[in-house]
Structure formats: structure tokens, C-alpha cells
Design a protein around this ligand. Structure first.
Ligand code: 13P
Ligand code: SF4
Length: 323
């Protein structure tokens, strides 16, 4: 792909990225919500758990993380001696932003006898205040691993927390954060789509509120939803209730299936469906040109102090050893 990049050079970006990858001994990791062109040049595409495992085990000298900031931080915590690049440092996450370190510390101090279970969608400083991390793939498993009499705080996603309570039967104190994308899916629009497509299979991410999750035939992490497509009928119609980036891999896995994106709902406005409310604005900040630029400049890179790395690594490693 020959493009005019931000510095007005004509560059074959795909070739230039492949050349830089060799020169730097780099690995490109991408989340399923990245734009298609970025997914297409990645060495590995996965959900948060798979990407954390890859970051922990790679032989590369440089990890180029095409995802959001907390994911790149997790990679740095697991591989502190490697350079970890993020194409756009502004790629944040509403869940991580909902739990500032100081407020979270005060909250945790109110429950001194509780274990703190934290979704990886959180800052390194918040992970450092936690006992266990979880992703949407293994949250139920990690909570079930903790002794039944042990009280638990779950943060920062109230909806994932509520889903874990439903699945595990455990009572937990929930931090009231939410994902600005998944909290907006419109229950009514999904019901309408289900009526329009009889026999369809509805795939829902657990960051959605309970009434939306209740409409799902499969509820799970992006990897679990992709598995459902790989294992499902080749010509099925799927209603997809998560970020639309995942459709790229779903279409590759089942070329004869039909994928219908569930819309979001206009927040605070009149009742109505909004087709762009389901797109994560942070994930979409990374572009092929920014990926090329960050590899060429070896910047921007994730910087964390050693103390935070040490403290945040423990809850992540506990999670990785459980499942
Ligand atoms: P996964 O755990 O499915 O990768 O989800 C991460 C995420 O940010 C979802 O919004
Ligand atoms: Fe964060 Fe939601 Fe975007 Fe995932 S989709 S990165 S949880 S804002």
C-alpha cells in the first residue's frame, strides 16, 4: 500500500513496516478492535489475555502494541527490559480512566479485609493496588479460584463484575466504571434485529449491561465470540454486540456467514439507534501510518517506574498462572 504519510513522503507502508520489523527484531501485536489494515500487518491478533501471554513470552527485542494504553502497559510490566511502542499514546480507555489511582486507593482502604480483583482495563498504578488481575476471558475462573469465604472488591467495570456475580454466585463490591462503547448498545435495536433475522445467533461481550447480555446466545470475550463463529454453522447470521473491528476476523473465519452489527443508542438524546456509537474511538486512533512512524522513530514508548512494575506484575502473574 503506497501512501503519502504525515511527513509527505511516498512510502509503501506495508513493505516499510516489514523492513523495520526485521531491522528492530520487533513483533507486532494487535487487538481484534484495530482497523483492518493494522490487523493485516500484525504478527499476532488476539484478545487482551492472548496478547498479554504473547507479550510475556516473545523473543523479540521490541513489542509494537497495536491496542490501547493499558494493554501496552501490561506488555511492559511483563517484559520490562523490552522497548514497548504504542502507535498513538492517546489511545486510552474509559474503564481505565474511571478509576484514578488516588480515588481507587481510598476505596480499597474502606474494605481492608477484601481481596482486590481488577480487570486489566486499568492503569498500572491501579493494578499495583490489586491482588489479582482478570480479563474478560478468565474473570469467572479467577474469582472462583479465590476461597468462598473471602470477600472481594471487583473493579473497574460494573457490568463485567455483575456478569461474574451471575456466573459464579459470588457476592462482590463493585467499582462503578463502564465501557463507553459496550454500555451503549441498544436493547430495543437488538430485539428488532433478532426479529428481522429469525434463527440468528447473538454474540455479546460481557462489558454490556445485564438486559443486553440477556439477549445473547453466547456471552464472552472477543476470543470466545470468534470461537463461536469458527465452530458455528457456516451460513449462519450473527448479530454482533461488541466493537465492529472483530468482524474482520469473523468474516475470514466464516466467509459464507452474515454479520450484522448491533447499533448503540444515542446517549441522552431521543430514543434512536446510532451506528457509530459502537466503535471504540481509542482503538481506532492507531493507523498504519502511525504504526510505521512509531517503528521508524522508536517512539512513543511506554515508560513505567520499577516500583510500579514490580507491584503490578504480581496480580498479572497470578492471573496468568490460574488460566
Ligand atoms: P477482550 O478481553 O475481549 O479482549 O476485551 C477487551 C476490551 O477492551 C473490550 O472492550
Ligand atoms: Fe476501553 Fe471500551 Fe475501548 Fe475496550 S472498547 S478499549 S473497554 S473504551
Amino acid at each position: 500500500m503506497v501512501l503519502l504519510n504525515q511527513s509527505s513522503e511516498h512510502v509503501d507502508l506495508v513493505q516499510a513496516i516489514a523492513d523495520l520489523k526485521k531491522e528492530l527484531n520487533a513483533v507486532i501485536l494487535a487487538h481484534y478492535y484495530q482497523v483492518d489494515e493494522v490487523q493485516d500487518v500484525a504478527d499476532f491478533i488476539g484478545d487482551s489475555l492472548e496478547l498479554a501471554r504473547k507479550a510475556a513470552n516473545t523473543d523479540a527485542d521490541v513489542i509494537v502494541f497495536c491496542g490501547v494504553h493499558f494493554m501496552a502497559e501490561t506488555a511492559k510490566i511483563l517484559s520490562p527490559n523490552k522497548l514497548v511502542l504504542l502507535p498513538d499514546m492517546n489511545a486510552g480507555c474509559s474503564l481505565a480512566d474511571s478509576a484514578p489511582e488516588d480515588n481507587f486507593k481510598e476505596f480499597v482502604e474502606q474494605y481492608p479485609d477484601h481481596k482486590v480483583v481488577t480487570y486489566v482495563n486499568s492503569s498500572a498504578a491501579v493494578k499495583a493496588l490489586s491482588d489479582y488481575c482478570v480479563t474478560s476471558s478468565n474473570a469467572v475462573q479467577v474469582v472462583e479460584h479465590i476461597g468462598k469465604d473471602q470477600p472481594i472488591i471487583f473493579a473497574p467495570d460494573q457490568f463485567l463484575g455483575d456478569w461474574v456475580i451471575q456466573q459464579s454466585g459470588r457476592d462482590m463490591v463493585l467499582w462503578q466504571g463502564s465501557c463507553e462503547v459496550h454500555e451503549l448498545f441498544s436493547e430495543q435495536a437488538i430485539r428488532d434485529l433478532q426479529q428481522e433475522h429469525p434463527g440468528c445467533i447473538t454474540l455479546v461481550h460481557p462489558e454490556c449491561p445485564a438486559p443486553v447480555r440477556a439477549l445473547g446466545d453466547v456471552v464472552g470475550s472477543t476470543r470466545k465470540l470468534l470461537n463461536a463463529v469458527q465452530e458455528g454453522p457456516a451460513d449462519a447470521t450473527y448479530i454482533v454486540v461488541t466493537e465492529p473491528g472483530i468482524i474482520h476476523k469473523m468474516e475470514a473465519a466464516a466467509p459464507n456467514a452474515t454479520f450484522v452489527m448491533a447499533p448503540g443508542e444515542i446517549k441522552g438524546g431521543p430514543e434512536g439507534a446510532c451506528v457509530s456509537c459502537n466503535t471504540c474511538p481509542h482503538m481506532k486512533l492507531n493507523t498504519l501510518d502511525k504504526l510505521y512512524q512509531c517503528m521508524k522513530n522508536k517512539s512513543p514508548g511506554i515508560e513505567l517506574n520499577d516500583e510500579i512494575i514490580e507491584r503490578a506484575r504480581l496480580p498479572i502473574e497470578r492471573m496468568l498462572s490460574i488460566g
